[in-house]
Write a protein that binds this ligand. Structure first.
Ligand SMILES: NC(=O)CC[C@H](N)C(=O)O
Length: 229
């Protein structure tokens, strides 16, 4: 599986994502600078965390107009797995690839801590390696993680099982319905505020994030085998 990690000016979790794929998963991975215009060579696309364009206007609002974004939209339409973590989630929202918007944390403070999450939907290409309703520990690190959408959108998200992760026991940022991560209707674009790439090795404290990447790889291997057999 060939994975692209998109890099914008101000991305700062690109190396974490790169090594989660390279060392954690043992798969081929490349950085792709935001001025590039194609992702055709890649099987999976990662949009990492950080402060793209300094979070000016709104987090992700400028990165969303980068040259690489039409290729991200094309990959999304083609059904390739696309994972946006933290600032990556914010970019996906701004690009309209996921519904809703991100507000500043309720307490108006940047929060950096390991946080328990519930796997609300383990029937996705990103979460097959988790148990349903499993509680996992994943770090968060954000100032704008207060996910918001209107009531109708929330109802649709809940009805379609598009809420993939919720905060468990304590909501750190005030997000609607304790949402920590959502997937698109097609099931191939996941945005989440917590950082699974920071939980892929015992030396980082835990490996609960690794199974997310293993799920993507398993899905890719299964669909690849189906195509070639
Ligand atoms: N770690 C990150 O991606 C930070 C996200 C973001 N720019 C924020 O603070 O809200």
């Amino acid at each position: 599986m060939k994975t692209a990690v998109i890099v914008f000016p101000g991305s700062n979790c690109d190396s974490d994502m790169f090594y989660a794929i390279k060392d954690g998963l043992g798969e081929d991975v490349s950085y792709v600078w935001h001025t590039e215009t194609t992702l055709d060579d890649y099987d999976a696309i990662m949009i990492p965390g950080g402060f793209s364009y300094g979070d000016y206007l709104r987090s992700g609002a400028i990165a969303r107009f980068s040259n690489i974004m039409p290729a991200v939209v094309k990959a999304a339409k083609a059904g390739k797995p696309i994972l946006g973590v933290c600032n990556g989630f914010q970019v996906l929202l701004e690009a309209g690839l996921l519904p809703g918007a991100m507000l500043r944390n309720k307490e108006l403070k940047f929060i950096c801590q390991t946080t328990p999450l519930v796997v609300e939907n383990n029937n996705t290409i990103f979460t097959k390696e988790y148990e349903d309703n499993e509680v996992i520990q994943v770090p968060i690190a954000h100032g704008e993680g207060n996910y918001f959408c209107d009531g109708r959108t929330l109802q649709q998200l809940e009805e379609n099982n598009q809420v993939v992760f919720k905060y468990h026991s304590k909501n750190p940022n005030g997000s609607v319905a304790d949402i920590a991560g959502i997937i698109n209707e097609q099931g191939n674009v996941l945005g989440m505020m917590p950082h699974p790439e920071r939980a892929v090795d015992d030396i980082l404290g835990n490996k609960d994030g690794l199974r997310l990447f293993q799920s993507i790889l398993k899905h890719w291997r299964e669909s690849h085998a189906a195509v070639t057999s």
